[in-house]
Design a binder for this molecule. Structure first.
Ligand code: 5GP
Ligand code: ZN
Length: 137
């Protein structure tokens, strides 16, 4: 269950180097080579899945728990003031590596990370209409 062209599959297989910080039966966590902040890590399932829509449910749960472990360590050991978890699903949503991963980004007071949108009140009718489409049927 791997993609021969996937860099994260190669990291999981030990064929490409990575700085590993956590592992379990289902997941591997390693440092991002282009960190947003000090301690930025990635959590991936060992099994290849391209994205959030395709990942196995047990793998997704395991990735979530691994991300929580790293978030706790970021606060306890790196002195982070907060943490962002980020998953990008699809190229339009910034995804560049198509092996599911969660970014664990430690946050520090005054760091340069910013929201990728400008919060502003939405149109109530549009919100309600989108909610109708999204609601479980
Ligand atoms: P995405 O843009 O898909 O959400 O995130 C991909 C992340 O993988 C980026 O933050 C990028 O810096 C990181 N990345 C890309 N190639 C490598 C690599 O070979 N090794 C490691 N450790 N990280 C990588
Ligand atoms: Zn892969």
């Amino acid at each position: 269950m791997r993609d021969p062209d996937c860099i994260f599959c190669k990291i999981v297989a030990g064929e490409l180097p990575a700085t590993i910080v956590d592992e379990d039966e289902r997941t591997l966590s390693f440092m991002d080579i282009a960190p947003a902040t000090r301690g930025h890590a990635l959590v991936v399932p060992r099994e290849h899945s391209p994205d959030l829509l395709s990942i196995d449910a047990d793998d997704l749960a395991a990735v979530g728990l691994a991300a929580q472990r790293l978030a706790r360590r970021a606060k306890d050991r790196l002195g982070a003031d907060g943490v962002n978890l980020l998953n990008s699903c699809g190229a339009v949503a910034f995804q560049t590596v198509f092996h599911f991963h969660v970014h664990v980004i430690p946050r520090y007071e005054g760091d340069p990370v910013r929201l990728p949108w400008v919060p502003a009140p939405g149109d109530p009718g549009e919100i309600a209409f989108a909610a109708q489409e999204l609601a479980a049927k």
